[in-house]
Write a protein that binds this ligand. Structure first.
Ligand SMILES: Nc1ncnc2c1ncn2[C@@H]1O[C@H](COP(=O)(O)OP(=O)(O)OP(=O)(O)O)[C@@H](O)[C@H]1O
Ligand SMILES: [Mg+2]
Length: 241
């Protein structure tokens, strides 16, 4: 991040790991404007697990993508650690994401032609880690997630819960400071949801990582230290569990 650091002068002065200040996101649809976020303020402390809870269309994915630097806001400021996302170029943002951020998606987003092991270690390929070291770290991670006997299976040869565990391994393999998760158990049954969340949160808490997770499921929200409720692009309530 050296090149990015040099260009940043308006830094986050708080001790937060994720911060959103008065974030507005409008989409233009023909001549109609859709307000997805209408002035959202959110701070997540280092090591904190925050769950954004809201019904479909309330703006959860939009908020997550903007907080993670995948999308730009129409207005408002975003910070990850000391970095102000608004001031980063696309290249700097890519570097920040690679080094700081892990993503977990509802539909796993695995590469179908690659094995579980190859999928899990993909972030290490971009980091230039040697194949031998990649294999070692990938195996360790997948074993920890109970997939030691599925290393060579491709996504199509795995169950939904197993696929999501591979995606979790991929998100965590380079030990990111921040994890963003968009309905990570949205496609799984209740029992598998509990298993996966327990596994994920164990690892995250053990490593002191920070997580922002979004869901429509009140049961999933109980896993957060704090819950942020969203309705129609506004935060309507924030409470601790
Ligand atoms: N690219 C886009 N163009 C236009 N409108 C969009 C776009 N992305 C999202 N929206 C609108 O913004 C609002 C918020 O969408 P968002 O995807 O953030 O909701 P969500 O809370 O994640 O919903 P879900 O639980 O269904 O995933 C919705 O009304 C949606 O139609
Ligand atoms: Mg969504």
């Amino acid at each position: 991040m050296n090149s990015a650091t040099a260009t940043i002068n308006n830094q986050n002065d708080n001790n937060t790991m994720i911060a959103a200040r008065n974030v507005i996101k409008k989409y233009r649809m023909g001549n109609q404007i859709v307000s997805a976020l209408s002035g959202v303020d959110l701070e997540v402390e280092p090591g904190e697990i925050v769950v954004v809870l809201g019904t479909s269309g309330s703006g959860k994915t939009t908020l997550l993508n903007i907080a993670a630097g995948l999308e730009r806001p129409t207005k408002g400021e975003l910070f990850i650690d000391k970095y102000k996302l608004n001031q980063l170029s696309e290249r700097q943002m890519t570097l920040l994401r690679r080094r700081y951020i892990g993503f977990i998606f509802q539909l796993y987003n695995l590469v179908p032609s690659l094995t579980a092991l190859e999928n899990a270690v993909m972030p290490l390929v971009f980091e230039g880690v040697s194949p031998k070291e990649r294999e070692k770290r990938g195996k360790t991670f997948l074993k920890q997630l109970g997939l030691g006997d599925r290393l060579l299976h491709r996504p199509g040869e795995l169950s939904g819960g197993q696929r999501q565990r591979v995606a979790i391994a991929r998100a965590l393999i380079n030990n990111p400071r921040v994890i963003f998760a968009d309905e990570p158990t949205g496609n799984l049954d209740t029992r598998t949801t509990k298993e996966i969340l327990a596994l994920l949160l164990n690892i995250i808490r053990e490593n002191g990582q920070t997580m922002l997770m979004v869901t429509h499921d009140t049961e999933v929200a109980t896993y957060g230290d704090r819950v942020v409720e969203m309705v129609d692009g506004y935060i309507t309530d924030i409470y601790s569990n």
